[in-house]
Design a protein around this ligand. Structure first.
Ligand code: HEC
Length: 126
């Protein structure tokens, strides 16, 4: 119950801060999304983790894409640490997403989760 209330408040705080991507932003997995996942998600959703979903390969991330919006908008992912006492909430852990990162993830999923070119990946290579 308390957790549901917390998630609800977090969602309201985040909707209040939500901005839409500009028309020319067309994020893809390799160029835009992978670097976000690598810094904010792969500690728990990388290969080797015993997790229900993995995000470290394009095929795995694409398969999980439809579940990401609810997870990040509800404040459930990355887990814990959102202080919703302020007007827009405070990110309390280094893994919390910035608004721009959330916009990029939403934009990617809205576009049908395109892969992009592997050579353009900015953070590490799997
Ligand atoms: C500290 C570890 C950790 C981090 C960091 C993390 N997750 Fe998770 N994630 C989990 C755990 C644990 C579960 C399973 C929770 C459950 O099933 O209740 C999960 C479940 C999920 C799910 C499935 C939710 C569902 O039931 O449909 C999605 C989608 C998800 N995470 C996305 C993300 C994204 C995107 C990020 C980065 C922005 C992220 N996670 C960062 C631990 C983490």
């Amino acid at each position: 119950m308390a957790r549901a209330l917390f998630a609800g408040l977090a969602a309201i705080a985040m909707v209040a801060c939500f901005t839409t991507p500009s028309a020319d932003e067309r994020p893809n997995y390799n160029e835009d999304v992978y670097s976000i996942l690598a810094t904010k998600c792969l500690r728990c959703h990388g290969s080797g983790a015993a997790m229900p979903i993995l995000l470290d390969t394009y095929s795995a991330a694409r398969a999980a894409a439809s579940r990401i919006p609810h997870a990040i908008d509800s404040g459930e992912m990355p887990p814990w640490g959102v202080d919703v006492s302020g007007e827009c909430g405070e990110w309390l852990t280094p893994e919390m997403l910035t608004e721009q990162e959330r916009v990029t993830l939403h934009g990617w999923i809205d576009l049908g989760a395109p892969e992009g070119r592997l050579g353009q990946r900015r953070v590490g290579l799997v």
